[in-house]
Design a protein around this ligand. Structure first.
Ligand code: AVI
Length: 318
């Protein structure tokens, strides 16, 4: 699930840098340890977290159209999956493509061998006839290694792009366009601007799963770096700014305190109500989506929406 632009700094270095900075911050890419992955699976099934249902609806209603688009000119294609989440959505496509006898193979890509192996085993069990090859690789290297073969259809779903800052998102998409070959397609999900209350609820569910997901970052620091965070003294605080489209999550210290982190041989000092900025989940207008495609070297082929117009899966061509 992790979507890193660069992976050269370690968790410990990033935690030190982020917690000694002003304002304090730790990247949401560190949410996804084993417990974080499990919590995110739960989030995707929450009624407040509309994103997954919206995208699933788009997949179910567009699978025929997409197959025509992916194999236009009768060509074979590779479905290259960058971060498949629970695979639920992708399975809708795989099932339909197999039933339609499409000439394709499925290539899930992830830097983590565990993630790739788990997904490959899962889809092999569900679809024994599927041609599947897991690629344990960094995204761009995987794409470059596939160039010159059949058309690649890259899946980047779930509004994962929204967890990048704007400059990071553009850099990521430009690198994607550079690593892909002419004619390759990108199917990319964007969460759209909508009623701010709906968005805020998605990051502040009543059952507290998103709260646990955010706090898991401190738990991870305790587990992996010998941190002494008392989770009772930090609150999950999500915000949404309808002007910028930025949903942000923070962890706010409810009291003045010093927290020792053994592996860093340091103590972090918090003022009462001081915040750690942990995540951005960007929401977009369609104009912004189209602008991002243009400046990163893609052409928009078509947009596909759910019934409520909450989410768009956009097909771009290199
Ligand atoms: C993975 N990503 C698109 C999710 C999002 O909506 O930004 C992560 C998430 N954070 C809180 N809830 C879900």
């Amino acid at each position: 699930m992790e979507t890193t632009v660069t992976t050269n700094s370690s968790f410990a270095d990033d935690v030190r840098e982020g917690l000694t900075a002003s304002p304090k911050h730790v990247s949401s890419k560190y949410f996804y340890d084993q417990q974080g992955d499990q919590l995110f699976q739960q989030i995707m099934h929450l009624k407040e977290y509309y994103l997954t249902d919206c995208e699933l609806e788009i997949f179910q209603t567009q699978k025929e159209t997409w197959l025509d688009l992916f194999r236009e000119h009768g060509s074979a294609f590779s479905l290259v999956d960058f971060g498949a989440g629970d695979g639920l959505k992708t399975k809708v496509l795989l099932e339909h493509f197999l039933q339609a006898n499409a000439n394709f193979r499925y290539l899930p890509v992830d830097i983590s061998a565990n993630a790739v192996d788990g997904l490959v085993a899962d889809v092999k069990q569900a679809f024994p006839a599927l041609r599947v090859e897991g690629m344990r690789s960094e995204y761009f290297a995987a794409l470059r290694s596939l160039s010159g073969q059949q058309r690649n259809v890259i899946l980047f779903l779930g509004s994962n792009i929204g967890n990048f800052s704007h400059p990071e998102a553009i850099a990521f998409l430009r690198q994607l366009a550079d690593s892909a070959s002419k004619g390759d397609l990108l199917l990319i999900g964007f969460d759209l601007k909508k009623d701010p209350a709906v968005i805020l609820d998605a990051y502040n569910d009543a059952s507290g799963v998103t709260r646990a997901f955010n706090l898991n970052l401190l738990r991870r620091i305790n587990r992996e770096l010998g941190g002494h965070f008392d989770l009772q003294t930090f609150m999950h605080y999500p915000t949404y700014d309808p002007m910028t489209g930025e949903a942000r999550s923070y962890l706010v210290s409810t009291q003045a305190q010093r927290v020792r982190i053994e592996a860093l041989e340091t103590e972090i000092e918090f003022d009462a109500w001081e915040a750690i900025y942990t995540e951005t989940s960007q929401k977009y207008t369609l104009q912004e989506v189209e602008h991002m495609a243009k400046v990163s070297g893609f052409q928009v082929r078509r947009h596909f929406f759910d019934q409520r117009g909450y989410f768009v899966d956009s097909v771009w061509e290199v």
